[in-house]
Design a protein around this ligand. Structure first.
Ligand SMILES: Nc1ncnc2c1ncn2[C@@H]1O[C@H](COP(=O)(O)OP(=O)(O)OP(=O)(O)O)[C@@H](O)[C@H]1O
Length: 312
C-alpha cells in the first residue's frame, strides 16, 4: 500500500468514526429518528397483554401488523391501522403504547403526531385549508423522519374528504414529490362501527360463547362495510377504503364489569395505593351498563374510572 492511500483510508475512517461517535453522542441528548430501529416485539406483546384488558383481537392484530411491518426492510406502502370501538375501550390507550414502542418518547416524540378532528379540523368551511395543512405537515415530518407516526383521533367526527387529502401518502407509490412514505405509520381512531362490534359481542354472549372465541373474521367484513357506508365515520365513501389503503380494521370490544374492575385496580396501582376490593366494587358499581336488561357492557368503557376513584 502506498502511504497516500493509507493516509486517505485512515482519514476517511476517522472522519466516519468521528461522525458516528458525534451522532451517537448527539443522539444521547437529543431525540434522533432511528429509521432502522427494530421493534421489540416481545416487549410490546408483554405490555399489551399486561396493560390492555379485554381486547384479545386488538392485541393479536396490532402485534402481528407492527412486527411484520417493522421487520420488512422494504415495505410497499405505509402501515395504516383503523381502530374502531365504543368510547373508553382502549383505542387511545393502545395508540400511546404503540407510539412508545416505536419512538421511546411516545406522544411526546418529535416523530409522533396526534391530530384530534374536533381540535385541529373543526370548521367544515375550511376543509381546503385543512387539506393543504395536512399535506404540508405530513410531507415535512416524513422528510424529517421516514418512520414518523401519525395518529388521527375522532375520525368519526372528521369532515368527509379531509382524510382523502392524505390518500396519496398511503398509496403504493415509490415516492410522492421525492419523499417516500413507505416507512411511516398511520393510525385512525374512531367510534364508528362500535355499535356493530357490540351487537356481535352481545350475540356471542347470548349464545353462551366465550368473548375470547370472537375472531377477526367475525367482525372485519361487517366493520369495513359498515364504516364505509356510515356517513359519520370520517371514512365515509373514502378513497382509503375502496382503494384498500387501510391494512387492518381493528375492533375494540365493549368492556364488561370485570374489565372495569381491572381498570380500577390498575389505577390504584398507578397511584401507588394498595388494592381495596371494596372500593373496586363500589367504583365499578357506579358505572352504567348496556343493555338495560342484562347490563353486560360498560357504556363508557373504562372512562371516568380515574375521576370516580378520587371520591373513594
Ligand atoms: N381495554 C382497556 N384496558 C386497560 N385500560 C383501558 C382500556 N380501555 C380504556 N382504558 C383506560 O381508560 C382510559 C381511557 O381510554 P381510551 O382513551 O383509550 O378510550 P378510547 O377508546 O380512546 O375512547 P374514545 O373513543 O372516547 O376516545 C385509558 O387511558 C385507560 O386508562
Amino acid at each position: 500500500f502506498e502511504p497516500i492511500s493509507v493516509g486517505i483510508a485512515i482519514g476517511a475512517a476517522s472522519a466516519l468514526t468521528g461522525y458516528l461517535s458525534y451522532r451517537d453522542l448527539y443522539c444521547r441528548f437529543a431525540e434522533c429518528c432511528r429509521e432502522e430501529q427494530r421493534l421489540n416485539a416481545s416487549a410490546l406483546k408483554l405490555e399489551l397483554e399486561e396493560k390492555l384488558f379485554g381486547q384479545h383481537l386488538a392485541t393479536e392484530v396490532i402485534l402481528k401488523a407492527l412486527t411484520g411491518f417493522k421487520n420488512n426492510k422494504n415495505p410497499k406502502k405505509p402501515l395504516t391501522l383503523s381502530l374502531h370501538g365504543w368510547a373508553g375501550t382502549g383505542k387511545n390507550f393502545v395508540s400511546q403504547i404503540v407510539a412508545e414502542n416505536l419512538h421511546s418518547k411516545g406522544l411526546k416524540s418529535n416523530f409522533v403526531h396526534l391530530f384530534v378532528s374536533t381540535l385541529h379540523f373543526p370548521h367544515e368551511q375550511q376543509i381546503k385549508l385543512y387539506q393543504d395543512q395536512l399535506q404540508g405537515w405530513i410531507r415535512g415530518n416524513v422528510s424529517a423522519c421516514a418512520s414518523s407516526v401519525f395518529i388521527f383521533d375522532e375520525m368519526d367526527k372528521l369532515h368527509p374528504g379531509v382524510i382523502d387529502a392524505i390518500k396519496p401518502f398511503l398509496d403504493y407509490y415509490e415516492q410522492v414529490d421525492g419523499v417516500s412514505y413507505r416507512k411511516a405509520i398511520f393510525i385512525f381512531l374512531s367510534n364508528a362501527g362500535g355499535d356493530l362490534i357490540t351487537k356481535i359481542a352481545l350475540d356471542f354472549w347470548r349464545a353462551g360463547r366465550k368473548r375470547e372465541d370472537i375472531q377477526l373474521k367475525d367482525l372485519e367484513p361487517v366493520l369495513s362495510v359498515g364504516v364505509f357506508n356510515n356517513k359519520h365515520s370520517g371514512l365515509w365513501h373514502s378513497g382509503l377504503i375502496d382503494r384498500n389503503l387501510i391494512d387492518y380494521f381493528i375492533p375494540f370490544l365493549p368492556l364488561e364489569y370485570r374489565h372495569v374492575k381491572m381498570c380500577v385496580r390498575a389505577e390504584m396501582r398507578a397511584r401507588g395505593s394498595a388494592i381495596n376490593e371494596d372500593v373496586v366494587t363500589r367504583v365499578a358499581d357506579e358505572m352504567t351498563f348496556f343493555p338495560k336488561s342484562e347490563k353486560i357492557y360498560s357504556d363508557k368503557g373504562c372512562k371516568t374510572v380515574q375521576s370516580r376513584l378520587d371520591f373513594h
